[in-house]
Write a protein that binds this ligand. Sequence first.
Ligand SMILES: [Zn+2]
Length: 482
Amino acid sequence: MGKAERKRWSEDFSEWYNELIEVAGIQDKRYPVKGMNIWLPYGLKIMRNIEKFIHAEMERTGHEEVLFPALIPETEFQKEAEHIKGFEGEVYWITHAGLDPLDVRLILRPTSETAMYSMFSLWIRSHADLPFKVYQIVNVYRYETKHTRPLIRVREISRFFEAHTAHDSYEDAERQIKEDLEIFDRLAKFLALPYIVSKRPEWDKFPGAYYSVGAEVMMPDGRTLQIGTMHNYRQNFAKAYNIQYETETGDHEYVHQTTFGMSERLLAAVIAVHGDDRGMVLPPTIAPIQVVIVPIPKKDSEADVFAYARELAEELRTAGIRVHVDERDIRPGRKYYDWELKGVPLRIEVGPRDVEGKKAVLARRDTLEKITVERDNIVGEVRKTLDAIHENLYQRAKEFLEGHIKRVDTIEEAKAVFEDRRGIVEIPWCGEEECGLKMEEELDAKMLGIPYPEEDAKAPEGKKCPVCGREARFIARFARTY
Ligand SMILES: [Zn+2]
Protein backbone atom coordinates (compact mmCIF):
# COMPACT_ATOMS: atom_id res chain seq x y z
CA MET A 1 0.00 0.00 0.00
CA GLY A 2 1.50 3.36 -1.02
CA LYS A 3 2.23 6.29 1.26
CA ALA A 4 -0.40 8.57 -0.19
CA GLU A 5 -3.25 6.08 0.11
CA ARG A 6 -2.99 5.47 3.83
CA LYS A 7 -5.62 6.85 6.17
CA ARG A 8 -4.67 9.64 8.53
CA TRP A 9 -4.67 9.32 12.33
CA SER A 10 -5.41 13.00 12.68
CA GLU A 11 -8.38 13.04 10.30
CA ASP A 12 -10.06 9.68 10.25
CA PHE A 13 -8.94 7.81 13.31
CA SER A 14 -11.41 4.93 13.03
CA GLU A 15 -10.33 3.99 9.50
CA TRP A 16 -6.68 4.66 10.32
CA TYR A 17 -6.93 2.16 13.20
CA ASN A 18 -8.57 -0.63 11.22
CA GLU A 19 -6.01 -0.28 8.46
CA LEU A 20 -3.02 0.06 10.75
CA ILE A 21 -3.76 -3.21 12.56
CA GLU A 22 -3.07 -5.00 9.29
CA VAL A 23 -0.37 -2.92 7.61
CA ALA A 24 1.74 -2.75 10.78
CA GLY A 25 1.58 -6.51 11.24
CA ILE A 26 -0.53 -6.64 14.42
CA GLN A 27 -3.42 -8.88 13.32
CA ASP A 28 -4.99 -10.35 10.20
CA LYS A 29 -8.75 -9.81 10.12
CA ARG A 30 -9.49 -12.16 7.23
CA TYR A 31 -10.12 -15.24 9.38
CA PRO A 32 -13.52 -16.68 8.35
CA VAL A 33 -15.20 -16.26 11.75
CA LYS A 34 -16.41 -12.71 12.27
CA GLY A 35 -14.86 -10.97 15.27
CA MET A 36 -12.08 -13.55 15.64
CA ASN A 37 -8.71 -12.41 14.37
CA ILE A 38 -5.24 -13.86 13.96
CA TRP A 39 -2.32 -12.49 15.91
CA LEU A 40 0.64 -11.82 13.62
CA PRO A 41 4.22 -12.22 14.95
CA TYR A 42 4.97 -8.51 15.40
CA GLY A 43 1.70 -7.80 17.22
CA LEU A 44 2.12 -10.83 19.43
CA LYS A 45 5.65 -9.77 20.39
CA ILE A 46 4.36 -6.41 21.60
CA MET A 47 1.50 -8.07 23.51
CA ARG A 48 3.93 -10.52 25.13
CA ASN A 49 6.03 -7.59 26.36
CA ILE A 50 2.93 -6.11 28.00
CA GLU A 51 2.12 -9.49 29.56
CA LYS A 52 5.66 -9.91 30.90
CA PHE A 53 5.10 -6.79 32.94
CA ILE A 54 1.72 -8.08 34.18
CA HIS A 55 3.21 -11.44 35.20
CA ALA A 56 5.95 -9.63 37.13
CA GLU A 57 3.38 -7.45 38.92
CA MET A 58 1.32 -10.51 39.84
CA GLU A 59 4.44 -12.16 41.24
CA ARG A 60 5.34 -9.02 43.17
CA THR A 61 1.91 -8.83 44.78
CA GLY A 62 1.58 -12.52 45.70
CA HIS A 63 -0.88 -13.70 43.02
CA GLU A 64 -0.40 -17.28 41.76
CA GLU A 65 -0.98 -18.19 38.12
CA VAL A 66 -3.59 -20.86 37.31
CA LEU A 67 -5.13 -22.17 34.10
CA PHE A 68 -8.79 -23.22 34.05
CA PRO A 69 -10.61 -25.12 31.27
CA ALA A 70 -12.45 -23.05 28.67
CA LEU A 71 -15.70 -25.04 29.08
CA ILE A 72 -18.18 -24.48 31.90
CA PRO A 73 -21.19 -26.74 32.61
CA GLU A 74 -24.52 -24.98 32.33
CA THR A 75 -25.28 -26.03 35.93
CA GLU A 76 -22.30 -24.07 37.30
CA PHE A 77 -22.93 -21.09 35.07
CA GLN A 78 -26.49 -20.77 36.38
CA LYS A 79 -25.73 -20.52 40.09
CA GLU A 80 -25.58 -16.72 40.32
CA ALA A 81 -28.74 -15.07 38.99
CA GLU A 82 -27.45 -11.57 38.13
CA HIS A 83 -24.42 -13.05 36.43
CA ILE A 84 -26.44 -15.28 34.07
CA LYS A 85 -28.80 -12.42 33.30
CA GLY A 86 -25.80 -10.27 32.31
CA PHE A 87 -24.15 -12.86 30.11
CA GLU A 88 -26.81 -15.21 28.75
CA GLY A 89 -27.22 -13.23 25.53
CA GLU A 90 -23.48 -13.36 24.87
CA VAL A 91 -22.43 -16.95 25.46
CA TYR A 92 -21.57 -19.59 22.91
CA TRP A 93 -23.16 -22.94 23.73
CA ILE A 94 -21.83 -26.42 23.15
CA THR A 95 -24.81 -28.70 22.78
CA HIS A 96 -23.31 -31.79 21.17
CA ALA A 97 -20.28 -34.04 21.64
CA GLY A 98 -19.78 -35.84 18.36
CA LEU A 99 -23.27 -36.84 17.29
CA ASP A 100 -24.71 -37.08 20.80
CA PRO A 101 -26.64 -34.26 22.43
CA LEU A 102 -25.13 -33.41 25.84
CA ASP A 103 -27.15 -34.06 29.02
CA VAL A 104 -25.60 -30.98 30.58
CA ARG A 105 -24.82 -28.37 27.98
CA LEU A 106 -21.49 -26.52 28.14
CA ILE A 107 -20.66 -22.89 27.59
CA LEU A 108 -17.45 -21.38 26.27
CA ARG A 109 -16.30 -19.12 29.12
CA PRO A 110 -17.21 -15.44 28.66
CA THR A 111 -15.23 -14.81 31.92
CA SER A 112 -14.23 -17.34 34.58
CA GLU A 113 -16.14 -16.65 37.79
CA THR A 114 -18.44 -19.61 37.30
CA ALA A 115 -15.57 -21.88 36.24
CA MET A 116 -13.39 -21.02 39.21
CA TYR A 117 -15.69 -20.63 42.17
CA SER A 118 -16.89 -24.20 42.61
CA MET A 119 -13.18 -25.07 42.84
CA PHE A 120 -12.53 -22.23 45.28
CA SER A 121 -15.11 -23.80 47.57
CA LEU A 122 -12.97 -26.97 47.63
CA TRP A 123 -9.63 -25.19 47.97
CA ILE A 124 -10.39 -22.56 50.58
CA ARG A 125 -10.80 -24.20 54.02
CA SER A 126 -9.55 -21.93 56.74
CA HIS A 127 -8.64 -18.34 57.56
CA ALA A 128 -5.02 -19.40 57.03
CA ASP A 129 -5.78 -19.82 53.29
CA LEU A 130 -6.75 -16.13 53.02
CA PRO A 131 -6.17 -13.86 51.27
CA PHE A 132 -6.31 -16.21 48.32
CA LYS A 133 -5.04 -14.61 45.08
CA VAL A 134 -4.90 -16.23 41.63
CA TYR A 135 -4.89 -15.05 38.02
CA GLN A 136 -4.80 -16.32 34.46
CA ILE A 137 -4.35 -14.92 30.94
CA VAL A 138 -6.61 -16.91 28.58
CA ASN A 139 -9.04 -16.63 25.70
CA VAL A 140 -12.71 -15.95 26.45
CA TYR A 141 -15.66 -15.83 24.09
CA ARG A 142 -18.48 -13.34 23.84
CA TYR A 143 -21.07 -13.21 21.13
CA GLU A 144 -20.82 -9.46 20.42
CA THR A 145 -23.75 -8.17 18.45
CA LYS A 146 -22.33 -4.67 18.04
CA HIS A 147 -19.90 -3.78 15.26
CA THR A 148 -16.65 -5.65 15.94
CA ARG A 149 -13.23 -4.00 15.91
CA PRO A 150 -9.80 -5.69 16.28
CA LEU A 151 -8.43 -5.77 19.85
CA ILE A 152 -11.35 -3.62 21.04
CA ARG A 153 -14.63 -5.42 20.44
CA VAL A 154 -14.12 -9.04 19.46
CA ARG A 155 -15.85 -12.38 19.86
CA GLU A 156 -12.70 -14.12 20.97
CA ILE A 157 -10.78 -12.03 23.48
CA SER A 158 -7.57 -13.98 23.19
CA ARG A 159 -5.45 -12.30 25.87
CA PHE A 160 -8.00 -11.90 28.69
CA PHE A 161 -6.31 -11.21 32.02
CA GLU A 162 -8.40 -12.00 35.10
CA ALA A 163 -7.27 -11.94 38.72
CA HIS A 164 -9.61 -13.46 41.32
CA THR A 165 -9.14 -13.02 45.05
CA ALA A 166 -10.87 -14.14 48.27
CA HIS A 167 -10.63 -12.39 51.65
CA ASP A 168 -11.75 -12.74 55.24
CA SER A 169 -13.43 -9.32 55.38
CA TYR A 170 -14.89 -6.51 53.33
CA GLU A 171 -12.00 -4.29 54.48
CA ASP A 172 -9.42 -6.72 53.16
CA ALA A 173 -11.28 -6.94 49.83
CA GLU A 174 -11.19 -3.12 49.72
CA ARG A 175 -7.43 -3.24 50.28
CA GLN A 176 -7.25 -5.57 47.28
CA ILE A 177 -9.07 -3.07 45.05
CA LYS A 178 -6.51 -0.45 46.13
CA GLU A 179 -3.68 -2.83 45.27
CA ASP A 180 -5.26 -3.50 41.85
CA LEU A 181 -5.39 0.24 41.21
CA GLU A 182 -1.75 0.56 42.18
CA ILE A 183 -0.80 -2.32 39.82
CA PHE A 184 -2.86 -0.71 37.10
CA ASP A 185 -1.13 2.63 37.64
CA ARG A 186 2.31 1.04 37.30
CA LEU A 187 1.22 -0.74 34.13
CA ALA A 188 -0.26 2.45 32.67
CA LYS A 189 3.00 4.32 33.35
CA PHE A 190 4.90 1.43 31.72
CA LEU A 191 2.70 1.95 28.64
CA ALA A 192 2.90 5.77 28.89
CA LEU A 193 -0.90 5.87 29.13
CA PRO A 194 -2.66 8.53 31.21
CA TYR A 195 -6.14 7.44 32.32
CA ILE A 196 -9.11 8.22 34.54
CA VAL A 197 -10.86 5.93 37.02
CA SER A 198 -14.62 6.00 37.58
CA LYS A 199 -17.01 4.07 39.80
CA ARG A 200 -19.66 2.69 37.46
CA PRO A 201 -23.31 3.54 38.05
CA GLU A 202 -25.54 0.74 39.45
CA TRP A 203 -27.05 0.04 36.03
CA ASP A 204 -23.69 -0.54 34.42
CA LYS A 205 -21.77 -2.56 36.98
CA PHE A 206 -20.43 -6.06 36.29
CA PRO A 207 -23.23 -8.66 36.52
CA GLY A 208 -23.08 -9.98 40.11
CA ALA A 209 -20.79 -7.26 41.49
CA TYR A 210 -21.46 -5.09 44.54
CA TYR A 211 -19.65 -2.30 42.75
CA SER A 212 -17.41 -1.91 39.69
CA VAL A 213 -14.59 0.49 38.96
CA GLY A 214 -13.30 1.12 35.42
CA ALA A 215 -10.23 2.81 33.95
CA GLU A 216 -10.51 4.70 30.66
CA VAL A 217 -8.13 6.26 28.18
CA MET A 218 -8.99 9.04 25.73
CA MET A 219 -8.90 7.97 22.10
CA PRO A 220 -7.84 10.45 19.36
CA ASP A 221 -11.45 10.97 18.23
CA GLY A 222 -12.58 11.99 21.72
CA ARG A 223 -14.27 8.70 22.56
CA THR A 224 -13.11 6.74 25.59
CA LEU A 225 -11.87 3.17 25.78
CA GLN A 226 -12.19 1.08 28.95
CA ILE A 227 -8.92 -0.79 29.47
CA GLY A 228 -9.18 -2.08 33.03
CA THR A 229 -11.88 -3.00 35.54
CA MET A 230 -11.96 -3.93 39.20
CA HIS A 231 -14.98 -5.38 40.96
CA ASN A 232 -15.83 -5.95 44.60
CA TYR A 233 -18.30 -8.85 44.79
CA ARG A 234 -18.73 -8.75 48.57
CA GLN A 235 -20.10 -12.22 49.49
CA ASN A 236 -22.43 -12.47 46.53
CA PHE A 237 -20.62 -15.22 44.58
CA ALA A 238 -19.36 -16.87 47.79
CA LYS A 239 -22.97 -17.53 48.81
CA ALA A 240 -23.94 -18.83 45.37
CA TYR A 241 -20.89 -21.13 45.19
CA ASN A 242 -20.63 -21.91 48.91
CA ILE A 243 -17.10 -20.60 49.42
CA GLN A 244 -16.67 -20.70 53.20
CA TYR A 245 -13.71 -20.71 55.56
CA GLU A 246 -13.27 -21.61 59.18
CA THR A 247 -12.48 -18.61 61.36
CA GLU A 248 -9.99 -18.63 64.25
CA THR A 249 -12.87 -19.26 66.65
CA GLY A 250 -14.16 -22.22 64.62
CA ASP A 251 -17.15 -20.49 62.98
CA HIS A 252 -17.83 -20.73 59.26
CA GLU A 253 -17.97 -17.55 57.20
CA TYR A 254 -18.37 -16.73 53.53
CA VAL A 255 -15.35 -15.12 51.86
CA HIS A 256 -15.35 -11.66 50.29
CA GLN A 257 -14.22 -11.62 46.67
CA THR A 258 -12.78 -9.28 44.08
CA THR A 259 -11.70 -9.46 40.46
CA PHE A 260 -9.44 -7.37 38.25
CA GLY A 261 -9.70 -7.62 34.45
CA MET A 262 -7.76 -6.41 31.42
CA SER A 263 -7.19 -7.56 27.84
CA GLU A 264 -5.55 -6.82 24.49
CA ARG A 265 -7.41 -3.51 24.66
CA LEU A 266 -4.22 -2.36 26.41
CA LEU A 267 -2.44 -2.71 23.07
CA ALA A 268 -5.32 -1.02 21.24
CA ALA A 269 -4.92 1.94 23.62
CA VAL A 270 -1.16 2.14 23.00
CA ILE A 271 -1.68 2.07 19.24
CA ALA A 272 -4.45 4.66 19.30
CA VAL A 273 -3.17 7.09 21.91
CA HIS A 274 0.45 7.35 20.74
CA GLY A 275 -0.02 6.91 16.97
CA ASP A 276 0.28 9.53 14.25
CA ASP A 277 -0.20 9.87 10.48
CA ARG A 278 2.93 7.79 9.84
CA GLY A 279 1.76 4.83 11.93
CA MET A 280 2.41 3.50 15.42
CA VAL A 281 4.70 5.07 17.99
CA LEU A 282 5.61 2.41 20.53
CA PRO A 283 6.80 3.21 24.03
CA PRO A 284 10.38 1.83 24.24
CA THR A 285 9.33 -0.41 27.17
CA ILE A 286 7.27 -2.70 24.91
CA ALA A 287 8.81 -2.16 21.45
CA PRO A 288 10.12 -5.51 20.12
CA ILE A 289 12.78 -3.44 18.34
CA GLN A 290 13.77 -0.35 20.31
CA VAL A 291 16.42 0.83 17.88
CA VAL A 292 16.70 0.16 14.16
CA ILE A 293 19.99 0.95 12.45
CA VAL A 294 19.86 1.91 8.79
CA PRO A 295 23.20 1.88 6.93
CA ILE A 296 23.28 4.41 4.06
CA PRO A 297 26.07 3.46 1.63
CA LYS A 298 27.28 5.99 -0.94
CA LYS A 299 28.61 4.87 -4.31
CA ASP A 300 31.75 7.02 -4.24
CA SER A 301 32.73 6.17 -0.66
CA GLU A 302 35.01 3.47 0.64
CA ALA A 303 33.60 3.62 4.20
CA ASP A 304 32.04 0.34 5.31
CA VAL A 305 28.72 1.57 6.72
CA PHE A 306 27.49 -2.01 7.18
CA ALA A 307 30.42 -3.07 9.38
CA TYR A 308 30.03 0.17 11.39
CA ALA A 309 26.28 -0.44 11.80
CA ARG A 310 26.88 -4.02 12.99
CA GLU A 311 29.46 -2.83 15.51
CA LEU A 312 27.06 -0.25 16.91
CA ALA A 313 24.32 -2.89 17.10
CA GLU A 314 26.59 -5.29 18.96
CA GLU A 315 27.46 -2.66 21.52
CA LEU A 316 23.83 -1.70 22.07
CA ARG A 317 22.75 -5.35 22.26
CA THR A 318 25.40 -6.05 24.90
CA ALA A 319 23.97 -3.15 26.91
CA GLY A 320 20.53 -4.86 26.85
CA ILE A 321 18.91 -2.72 24.13
CA ARG A 322 16.70 -4.48 21.55
CA VAL A 323 18.29 -3.51 18.24
CA HIS A 324 18.00 -4.51 14.59
CA VAL A 325 20.18 -3.64 11.58
CA ASP A 326 18.16 -3.25 8.39
CA GLU A 327 20.49 -4.52 5.66
CA ARG A 328 17.78 -5.05 3.04
CA ASP A 329 18.71 -4.03 -0.48
CA ILE A 330 16.11 -1.25 -0.79
CA ARG A 331 16.26 2.54 -0.59
CA PRO A 332 16.77 4.06 2.90
CA GLY A 333 13.56 6.10 2.49
CA ARG A 334 11.58 2.89 2.10
CA LYS A 335 13.19 1.51 5.28
CA TYR A 336 12.32 4.66 7.24
CA TYR A 337 8.74 4.33 6.04
CA ASP A 338 8.47 0.69 7.19
CA TRP A 339 9.93 1.23 10.65
CA GLU A 340 7.98 4.41 11.25
CA LEU A 341 4.81 2.48 10.43
CA LYS A 342 5.80 -0.22 12.94
CA GLY A 343 6.49 2.37 15.62
CA VAL A 344 10.18 1.66 16.34
CA PRO A 345 11.01 4.43 18.85
CA LEU A 346 14.50 5.26 17.61
CA ARG A 347 16.30 5.02 14.27
CA ILE A 348 20.05 5.36 13.84
CA GLU A 349 21.24 6.46 10.41
CA VAL A 350 24.79 5.62 9.49
CA GLY A 351 26.43 7.18 6.41
CA PRO A 352 30.09 7.38 5.27
CA ARG A 353 30.57 10.71 7.01
CA ASP A 354 29.42 9.21 10.32
CA VAL A 355 31.89 6.35 9.91
CA GLU A 356 34.75 8.77 9.20
CA GLY A 357 33.80 11.22 11.97
CA LYS A 358 32.90 8.45 14.47
CA LYS A 359 29.36 9.73 14.83
CA ALA A 360 25.76 8.54 14.45
CA VAL A 361 22.46 10.27 13.68
CA LEU A 362 19.57 9.46 16.04
CA ALA A 363 16.08 10.03 14.63
CA ARG A 364 13.25 10.06 17.20
CA ARG A 365 9.98 8.48 16.12
CA ASP A 366 7.84 10.60 18.46
CA THR A 367 9.07 14.09 17.49
CA LEU A 368 10.82 13.16 14.19
CA GLU A 369 13.82 15.18 15.44
CA LYS A 370 17.35 14.20 14.46
CA ILE A 371 20.42 14.60 16.61
CA THR A 372 24.04 13.77 15.85
CA VAL A 373 25.91 12.04 18.66
CA GLU A 374 29.45 10.79 19.27
CA ARG A 375 29.94 7.12 18.54
CA ASP A 376 31.82 6.66 21.82
CA ASN A 377 28.74 7.69 23.84
CA ILE A 378 26.27 5.64 21.83
CA VAL A 379 24.87 3.51 24.67
CA GLY A 380 24.38 6.47 27.00
CA GLU A 381 22.86 8.64 24.25
CA VAL A 382 20.44 5.92 23.15
CA ARG A 383 19.32 5.16 26.72
CA LYS A 384 18.79 8.85 27.43
CA THR A 385 16.83 9.34 24.21
CA LEU A 386 14.61 6.28 24.78
CA ASP A 387 13.75 7.60 28.26
CA ALA A 388 12.98 11.02 26.80
CA ILE A 389 10.68 9.43 24.18
CA HIS A 390 8.76 7.52 26.84
CA GLU A 391 8.35 10.65 28.96
CA ASN A 392 7.27 12.73 25.97
CA LEU A 393 4.65 10.14 24.91
CA TYR A 394 3.19 10.20 28.40
CA GLN A 395 3.16 14.00 28.74
CA ARG A 396 1.70 14.53 25.28
CA ALA A 397 -1.12 12.05 25.96
CA LYS A 398 -1.74 13.51 29.42
CA GLU A 399 -2.21 16.99 27.96
CA PHE A 400 -4.61 15.56 25.39
CA LEU A 401 -6.64 13.75 28.06
CA GLU A 402 -6.78 16.72 30.41
CA GLY A 403 -7.69 19.03 27.54
CA HIS A 404 -10.65 16.78 26.75
CA ILE A 405 -12.31 16.75 30.16
CA LYS A 406 -14.84 19.55 30.49
CA ARG A 407 -16.91 20.43 33.54
CA VAL A 408 -20.34 21.91 32.78
CA ASP A 409 -23.57 22.73 34.65
CA THR A 410 -26.30 22.19 32.07
CA ILE A 411 -27.41 19.64 29.49
CA GLU A 412 -27.09 22.30 26.75
CA GLU A 413 -23.43 22.93 27.58
CA ALA A 414 -22.81 19.17 27.65
CA LYS A 415 -24.47 18.76 24.27
CA ALA A 416 -22.24 21.45 22.81
CA VAL A 417 -19.17 19.52 23.96
CA PHE A 418 -20.44 16.34 22.33
CA GLU A 419 -21.44 18.08 19.14
CA ASP A 420 -18.20 16.97 17.55
CA ARG A 421 -17.77 13.92 19.82
CA ARG A 422 -14.98 15.47 21.81
CA GLY A 423 -14.10 14.10 25.21
CA ILE A 424 -15.49 13.59 28.68
CA VAL A 425 -18.12 15.82 30.22
CA GLU A 426 -18.52 16.17 33.98
CA ILE A 427 -21.98 17.20 35.18
CA PRO A 428 -23.47 17.66 38.66
CA TRP A 429 -25.80 14.76 39.47
CA CYS A 430 -28.26 14.08 42.28
CA GLY A 431 -27.36 10.38 42.27
CA GLU A 432 -30.78 9.08 41.15
CA GLU A 433 -30.78 6.43 38.45
CA GLU A 434 -33.69 8.07 36.66
CA CYS A 435 -31.78 11.34 36.20
CA GLY A 436 -28.61 9.51 35.17
CA LEU A 437 -30.43 7.52 32.49
CA LYS A 438 -32.19 10.65 31.30
CA MET A 439 -28.86 12.39 30.83
CA GLU A 440 -27.46 9.38 28.96
CA GLU A 441 -30.41 9.56 26.61
CA GLU A 442 -30.30 13.34 26.12
CA LEU A 443 -26.56 13.33 25.47
CA ASP A 444 -26.46 10.10 23.50
CA ALA A 445 -23.51 9.19 25.71
CA LYS A 446 -22.68 6.70 28.45
CA MET A 447 -22.27 7.57 32.10
CA LEU A 448 -18.78 6.32 32.93
CA GLY A 449 -19.62 6.86 36.58
CA ILE A 450 -18.40 9.14 39.34
CA PRO A 451 -14.70 9.89 39.95
CA TYR A 452 -12.93 7.23 42.00
CA PRO A 453 -11.73 7.25 44.78
CA GLU A 454 -15.03 8.73 45.88
CA GLU A 455 -13.53 11.62 47.87
CA ASP A 456 -13.08 13.24 44.44
CA ALA A 457 -16.67 12.57 43.39
CA LYS A 458 -18.57 15.10 45.53
CA ALA A 459 -20.29 17.92 43.70
CA PRO A 460 -19.23 21.42 44.80
CA GLU A 461 -21.59 23.20 47.24
CA GLY A 462 -24.71 24.63 45.62
CA LYS A 463 -24.59 22.71 42.33
CA LYS A 464 -27.91 21.39 41.02
CA CYS A 465 -28.79 18.25 39.08
CA PRO A 466 -29.73 19.64 35.63
CA VAL A 467 -32.54 17.06 35.23
CA CYS A 468 -34.51 17.34 38.48
CA GLY A 469 -33.12 20.58 39.90
CA ARG A 470 -32.36 19.01 43.29
CA GLU A 471 -29.08 19.45 45.14
CA ALA A 472 -26.29 17.57 43.30
CA ARG A 473 -24.41 15.00 45.38
CA PHE A 474 -21.89 13.87 42.77
CA ILE A 475 -19.98 14.83 39.70
CA ALA A 476 -20.93 12.33 36.95
CA ARG A 477 -18.79 11.68 33.90
CA PHE A 478 -20.26 11.11 30.46
CA ALA A 479 -18.52 10.10 27.25
CA ARG A 480 -19.06 8.44 23.92
CA THR A 481 -17.31 5.12 24.30
CA TYR A 482 -15.76 2.35 22.26
ZN1 LIG B 1 -31.59 14.52 39.49
